[in-house]
Write a protein that binds this ligand. Structure first.
Ligand code: COS
Length: 380
């Protein structure tokens, strides 16, 4: 076992840290209040190569490994998860699947601009009645010969407005259930696509979340990804990797809140001494640090398995469930350590606590991760 990062991994970690601590922090509170998409930062991060960091350089990406991805997402998420979610969705939910399962034509036309960060992607799986129960797709993709006709509604779509390239999951043969589902690359400006209102969320407020409606949208046959009926497995495989990104995001939120709580506890005095000298606070800090370190190991192990072409679906489910759950615990304690100051916006921790909640919900709730993990335990 080698716990040392390579020079390249350390460089990427530092670049993400520098950007987050110098730039993202400046307007994070304001963006959260206004629920404003961080367009300027996404453009800058795209320029630095983060949106396609894991994609093969042959297709315009950075060719970096999943460990580097975890390190970068953690650093960005210490400050603003509404930004890191764009990096995660583009790399894991959109680029990776097209790179692994797409045709050369699809990679040329769609993956290259995505990997170069010229375009943003979105992944459209969830529906009003198919969130956790992802195989109950109601969006229809009717086979019309040389094109598919898309009709239906997708919900809770990150990057829905800012993306140009959608990957849409839809049902073609309802009688075949999950074996009838397909995945498609759909251009957002196709006639028949309309957006619902921007969701007014509790946390990650400046990420760009909308519902998306499809009315008789024509999708060329050549835009289907993989074999006919591969869409559900495609979505599951893509989510296996996506969950590493969200686990790293939860880890970042927790460690960002911890850093703030540690600093505050060394400055704030009560009963004649800095509050970190009170055991009630010191033990909280210790518990938080242990949980964060465990989450970091989970995230890095899942990434390492992926980098070494070993099965990583269960490891990523464990990483996501644990990291998301401890992010909620750690951010709650960070607010507690700050006392009244923790409850006001200026100190950032209340925002991190609100952001943490979403990591227990999206890309598979904590309960869904337990289904994935327990099924693997009970198999044979
Ligand atoms: N990789 C590859 N194949 C997978 C897979 C994975 N990670 N998970 C399931 N499959 C396959 C199964 O092997 C099965 O195929 P076979 O019958 O050929 O063996 C098929 O997919 C159906 O699997 P299963 O019966 O387990 O499907 P379920 O409907 O029971 O759903 C869960 C399984 C709950 C795990 C799935 O629906 C899920 O992940 N839900 C959450 C979705 C989610 O994250 N939503 C939020 C979206 S935000 S982008």
């Amino acid at each position: 076992m080698n716990f040392e990062f390579t020079e390249e991994q350390k460089m990427i970690q530092q670049a993400a840290k520098d950007y987050a601590q110098r730039e993202l922090i400046k307007d994070a509170i304001e963006r959260d209040e206004k629920a404003e998409f961080p367009a300027k930062h996404i453009k800058n991060l795209a320029g630095l190569g983060f949106l396609g960091m894991m994609t093969d350089p042959k297709y315009g990406g950075g060719g970096m490994d999943a460990i580097s991805y975890v390190l970068a997402i953690e650093e960005l998420s210490k400050v603003d998860s509404s930004v890191s979610v764009v990096v995660s969705v583009c790399n894991s939910l959109v680029n990776w699947g097209i790179e692994i399962y797409g045709t050369e034509e699809q990679k040329e036309k769609y993956l290259k601009p995505l990997a170069r960060g010229e375009k943003i992607g979105a992944f459209l799986l969830s529906e009003p009645e198919a969130g956790s129960d992802a195989s109950s797709q109601r969006t229809m993709a009717e086979d019309k010969g040389d094109y598919y006709l898309l009709n239906g509604t997708k919900n809770w779509i990150s990057n829905a407005n800012s993306a140009s390239t959608y990957v849409v999951i839809a049902q073609t043969y309802p009688e075949k259930k999950y074996r009838g589902i397909n995945a498609f690359i759909v251009e957002k400006d196709s006639p028949g696509i309309s957006l619902g209102k921007h969701e007014d969320k509790m946390g990650m407020r400046s990420s760009d979340t909308h519902s998306v409606m499809f009315t008789d949208v024509k999708v060329p046959k050549e835009n289907r990804i993989g074999e006919d009926g591969f869409g559900f497995k495609y979505a599951m495989k893509v989510l296996d990797g996506g969950r590493i990104g969200i686990a790293a995001q939860a880890l970042g939120i927790a460690s960002g809140a911890f850093d703030l709580a540690l600093k505050y506890s060394k400055e704030r005095k009560a009963f004649g001494t800095e509050i970190c000298n009170h055991q009630a606070i010191a033990f909280k800090l210790s518990d938080m640090a242990v949980k964060i370190e465990a989450a970091r190991f989970f995230c890095l192990k899942a990434a390492w398995l992926k980098d070494n072409n070993m099965p990583y679906g269960i490891a990523s489910a464990m990483a996501k469930q644990y990291s998301a759950d401890i992010a909620m615990e750690v951010t709650t304690e960070a607010v507690q350590i700050h006392g009244g100051y923790g409850y006001v916006k200026e100190y950032h921790v209340e925002r991190l606590m609100r952001d943490a909640k979403l990591t227990q919900i999206y890309e598979g709730t904590s309960e869904i991760q337990k289904i994935v993990i327990s099924r693997s335990l009970l198999k044979d």
